[in-house]
Ligand binder design. Structure first.
Ligand code: HEC
Ligand code: HEC
Ligand code: HEC
Ligand code: HEC
Ligand code: HEC
Ligand code: HEC
Ligand code: HEC
Ligand code: HEC
Ligand code: HEC
Ligand code: HEC
Length: 315
């Protein structure tokens, strides 16, 4: 009987008794996670002397010295993340190397500072970003000099771009081309490697017109009489701007074939097809394509990019 009562008492008390010591035990309360340990750039120096010394001449050195950027004295860790653990252990798993991150993540590392800078308008739309070509594929952070962080000389830019775009580079070896192989121009004269609002990441000029007008301003207009494809389809509808086997970098070996691809709706020859075949018109049409006189379209239609005075682009 007594033992029963004791048992009941124990049963009654047991949960309470079991709980009473609880406050003494360390409760699993959400202790604040230890702040990531930043140790400062100077800590990295003894073990990474070459990189540290070269860094003193890098434009990114500003991150170390300018307070308002929020990383004063911690430039290395602005890209590599907190280095406390790594600096103690020298374990490479304890530090971020952007080169080993997936491209999108590596880009995010850079864009936390470089987002929305003028040069990166449209960066997110750029074909490079979409195709996993990271910032670091073109920018070597720890290399100084003209081929380093930012390739500036035309030849250095071309070398960089050609290293992936071998087929495009081959087009520049054709007889009629822009002078890239000579180092007189570079890919970024026509393309913005960070993306743009025009197709093929084309550079734009003035009011979002093709960058070609920066150099070929005489063709810009606005013309009283436009030639529709120049504006609507772009220079690439008639030219191969990388390089061509044809004079004037035209897409066709003879000018007339280029024109007749779009203007072949002139009346065609009745009867047996002669040479040249059905292309173009014969009398009574004004143009007589059987006559050599009419084959050289641009001898008469001189203002093929647009005219200020003549609807038929004759002058
Ligand atoms: C005590 C020496 C020491 C210090 C201090 C040190 N490192 Fe290192 N770090 C090393 C060694 C050694 C390696 C190469 C590890 C290996 O190859 O296994 C390395 C590798 C690295 C790597 C390459 C990691 C990888 O995955 O390829 C980075 C990035 C790096 N360190 C950055 C830093 C930064 C930033 C600092 C300062 C915050 C720093 N280190 C401080 C010794 C150090
Ligand atoms: C602007 C971002 C940035 C800053 C600032 C920066 N790094 Fe780096 N670091 C990189 C990237 C990106 C790589 C990967 C290699 C590459 O693309 O150049 C790298 C690679 C490294 C490596 C590995 C080198 C190798 O050959 O594998 C070490 C070590 C390193 N950095 C140390 C440092 C130290 C020390 C500092 C400060 C003095 C520093 N980094 C500052 C971005 C940065
Ligand atoms: C903590 C901020 C910060 C981070 C992160 C950062 N940068 Fe920079 N970057 C700067 C500053 C500051 C400059 C120098 C001033 C300027 O050009 O605005 C600079 C300059 C540059 C330049 C131009 C240098 C020149 O000569 O005009 C390039 C290219 C560049 N950074 C690329 C990168 C890449 C690639 C990464 C990622 C690996 C990166 N940056 C990460 C702050 C940063
Ligand atoms: C396909 C190669 C390529 C990629 C990818 C690339 N850049 Fe560039 N970047 C260049 C070239 C080339 C220049 C020099 C442009 C010039 O001289 O007009 C440049 C210039 C810059 C400059 C200097 C600013 C200026 O207008 O001179 C900064 C900053 C920069 N890039 C940051 C970045 C960042 C951040 C990323 C990734 C989000 C990135 N770049 C991705 C090739 C690239
Ligand atoms: C690391 C390799 C790599 C480098 C370096 C590189 N590209 Fe690219 N580029 C690509 C890839 C991948 C694509 C997407 C697939 C394609 O169109 O070939 C691309 C696409 C392009 C396109 C087509 C864009 C579009 O919107 O259709 C242009 C233009 C271009 N790159 C220009 C450049 C220029 C200019 C440079 C030098 C500043 C350069 N690339 C450097 C890999 C590279
Ligand atoms: C004179 C201006 C100009 C130069 C210089 C130039 N491009 Fe282009 N590029 C263009 C135009 C315009 C197009 C679009 C052609 C079209 O409409 O079919 C284009 C298209 C491209 C494309 C996408 C289509 C394709 O042909 O694969 C890539 C990639 C490209 N260029 C890469 C480069 C590279 C790399 C360089 C430097 C070696 C370069 N371009 C130099 C004007 C230029
Ligand atoms: C950075 C300046 C520059 C830009 C931008 C530029 N060009 Fe040129 N272009 C030149 C120069 C310089 C020549 C003369 C080349 C030569 O004689 O070797 C030329 C020649 C040409 C020719 C051949 C002219 C002839 O008489 O044989 C055509 C066609 C042409 N460019 C079209 C374009 C197109 C289309 C674009 C835009 C996609 C463009 N260019 C962008 C500088 C430029
Ligand atoms: C409808 C086809 C067509 C279009 C579109 C076109 N062109 Fe032309 N372009 C020609 C023809 C044809 C010639 C050669 C004229 C001749 O034989 O005298 C030429 C010649 C040129 C020349 C060298 C002679 C000169 O007039 O300076 C340049 C430069 C040129 N084009 C640039 C451009 C640019 C830039 C664009 C885009 C804004 C463009 N072209 C669009 C057909 C075209
Ligand atoms: C990509 C297609 C295309 C090519 C190539 C082309 N044209 Fe045109 N052309 C047009 C279009 C579209 C019009 C506008 C037709 C209209 O307004 O009815 C036009 C209009 C014209 C006109 C003015 C006709 C009028 O009455 O307004 C002339 C002249 C002309 N083109 C000559 C040429 C010559 C010469 C060439 C070769 C150097 C050429 N075109 C190449 C598409 C083209
Ligand atoms: C001998 C000079 C001459 C040559 C060569 C010439 N044209 Fe014409 N073209 C003209 C004249 C003049 C007109 C205006 C005719 C009219 O208004 O009745 C014209 C009108 C046109 C028109 C506008 C037709 C319309 O219905 O308004 C087009 C398109 C055209 N030419 C295309 C071409 C093409 C394509 C070639 C080359 C195969 C060519 N021309 C060669 C002189 C020439």
């Amino acid at each position: 009987m007594l033992s029963n009562r004791i048992a009941a008492l124990i049963l009654l008390c047991w949960p309470v008794g079991a709980q009473t010591p609880a406050p003494a035990a360390p409760a699993p309360s959400p202790a604040p996670a230890p702040a990531p340990a930043y140790v400062g750039s100077e800590t990295c120096q003894p073990c990474h002397e070459d990189i540290y010394n070269a860094f003193q001449k890098s434009p990114h050195k500003l991150v170390d010295t300018q307070k308002r950027r929020g990383w004063e004295g911690k430039a290395c860790e602005s890209c590599h993340g907190p280095g406390g653990k790594h600096a103690e252990s020298a374990d490479k798993a304890a530090i971020v190397n952007p080169a080993h991150l997936p491209p999108a993540e590596a880009d995010r590392d850079c864009l936390k500072c470089h987002l929305n800078q003028p040069t990166h308008i449209g960066r997110i739309q750029s074909s490079h970003a979409k195709n996993e070509v990271a910032c670091t594929a073109c920018h070597s952070i720890h290399r100084n000099g003209p081929n380093g962080l930012v390739p500036r000389r035309a030849a250095a830019v071309n070398e960089l771009c050609a290293s992936c775009h071998t087929a495009v580079w081959a087009e520049f070896q054709r007889p009629y081309k822009h002078r890239l192989p000579e180092g007189a121009m570079s890919c970024v004269d026509c393309h913005n490697p960070h993306g743009s609002i025009l197709p093929a990441s084309a550079q734009s000029y003035a009011a979002n017109e093709p960058g070609c007008f920066r150099c070929h301003g005489n063709l810009r207009g606005p013309f009283t009489f436009e030639h529709a494809p120049v504006r609507l389809e772009g220079c690439g509808s008639c030219h191969e701007p990388h390089g061509s086997a044809n004079p004037r970098m035209l897409a066709r070996a003879e000018v007339r074939y280029l024109c007749l691809e779009c203007h072949a709706n002139l009346p065609t020859a009745p009867g047996p097809i002669k040479n040249p075949p059905a292309l173009g018109g014969v009398p009574p049409a004004f143009h007589d394509l059987l006559s050599p006189q009419f084959r050289n379209c641009t001898v008469c239609h001189m203002k093929v990019h647009g005219s200020y005075v003549n609807q038929d682009l004759l002058r």
